[in-house]
Design a binder for this molecule. Structure first.
Ligand SMILES: [Zn+2]
Ligand SMILES: [Zn+2]
Length: 349
């Protein structure tokens, strides 16, 4: 067994605290990664606090992982010790269902194996990236360009692919008008990607204070969504809108902003169903859809696209000792735009 140490929650109401555990010995297709950085995703907080009622403890969260390969199994050819790599939200899937065969492992029909908080195929509880190392099959490990800042790369493994995948699936590109709802961890990545793909990008936000930042991050226009008149002006003009907001909100004004045949895609996950006036869909054959992370090949494609376009997340790097404080600040949306833990801090007392 591989000795690991990280920070874990022992229950839904306890703060994260230092925790020692073990990882499996490498199977032939496994890669062991020494973790350098791990992003702090809002899902980590939902999971740790058992807000999705499926938590298993002790729980080491973290699924935005960047580090260096420490060792590889005998059948691994894509990686060697020292390579800079990333691990994201899933670390296994059945590999044989229609979705897995199509390279859409995130939609695995028997359920992909999450990076933390579930039983893996060996019956072990998976533990995530708030730790010094992780073991994962090579198919679920991605190459990271050394040209990019590794701390800024970490959030690409969840926030990045979650927004990149739908933009590619719905073929966002030049001569299109694309809307991004929400400017947080997910939203700021959607904005960067839509801009880099050549679209005319409109950022929707409730907050005047975010206008300048949205423009800096690539928005061609910023619309304050509380301004009904400003919203009306956008009617029937969008080719695609991506909604990154996880708090319940009225989506009808955005549906009306779509052109005929255009798509509204949810990537934020509110805990209450929205009320939709079906006429907004019917009268212009609009679609309301959703999307989650991306396949393994597409995740690599996204990382390569980021290397080519020099895209990383905007991050605030913290030591692990600040993680409980960081959780409170994420809940208050007080971060621009992602906390990333520097795992070298695990060595500190
Ligand atoms: Zn995440
Ligand atoms: Zn599958």
């Amino acid at each position: 067994m591989t000795h690991s140490h990280g920070w874990a929650a022992q229950g839904s109401t306890t703060p994260l605290a230092p925790f020692s555990f073990s990882r499996r010995d490498l199977h032939e297709h496994d890669v062991q990664v020494d973790i350098q950085y791990c992003g702090v995703c809002h899902s980590d907080i939902h999971s740790v606090r058992n807000e999705w009622q499926n938590a298993v403890y002790p729980m080491v969260p973290g699924h935005e992982i960047v580090g260096r390969v420490a060792s590889v199994g005998s059948a691994v050819t894509r990686f060697k010790p020292g390579d800079l790599v990333g691990v994201g939200v899933i670390i296994d899937s059945c590999r044989s269902c229609a979705s897995c065969k199509a390279g859409e492992e995130q939609y695995c029909e028997v359920g992909a194996t999450l990076t933390y908080g579930v039983k893996d195929r060996y019956g072990d509880l998976t533990q995530g990236g708030y730790a010094n190392n992780i073991v994962a099959p090579d198919h679920f490990v991605h190459s990271v360009s050394p040209k990019l800042d590794p701390a800024g790369v970490a959030p690409l493994l969840c926030a990045g692919i979650t927004t990149y995948s739908p933009l590619r699936h719905w073929q966002v590109g030049p001569n299109q008008k694309v809307g991004v709802i929400g400017l947080g961890g997910l939203g700021h990545m959607a904005l960067k990607f839509a801009h880099a793909l050549g679209a005319h990008v409109v950022q929707f936000t409730t907050s005047e204070s975010k206008v300048a930042d949205a423009k800096r991050l690539g928005a061609d226009e910023v619309v304050i969504s509380k301004d009904a008149a400003a919203m009306k002006k956008q009617a029937s003009s969008f080719d695609f809108i991506i909604d990154t907001v996880s708090a319940p909100h009225d989506i009808n004004p955005y549906l009306e902003a779509l052109k005929r045949d255009a798509t509204y895609c949810q990537v934020g996950l509110p805990d209450k169903p929205p009320v939709i006036f079906p006429g907004h869909l019917i009268f212009k054959r609009r679609s309301w859809s959703g999307s989650i992370i991306g396949g393994m090949a597409e995740t690599q494609q996204m990382l390569d696209f980021c290397a080519e376009k020099n895209i990383v997340a905007d991050v605030e790097v913290i030591p692990i000792q600040k993680i409980n404080e960081a959780f409170e600040r994420v809940v208050k949306a007080d971060v621009k735009y992602r906390f990333v833990i520097d795992m070298a801090s695990l060595q500190q007392p």
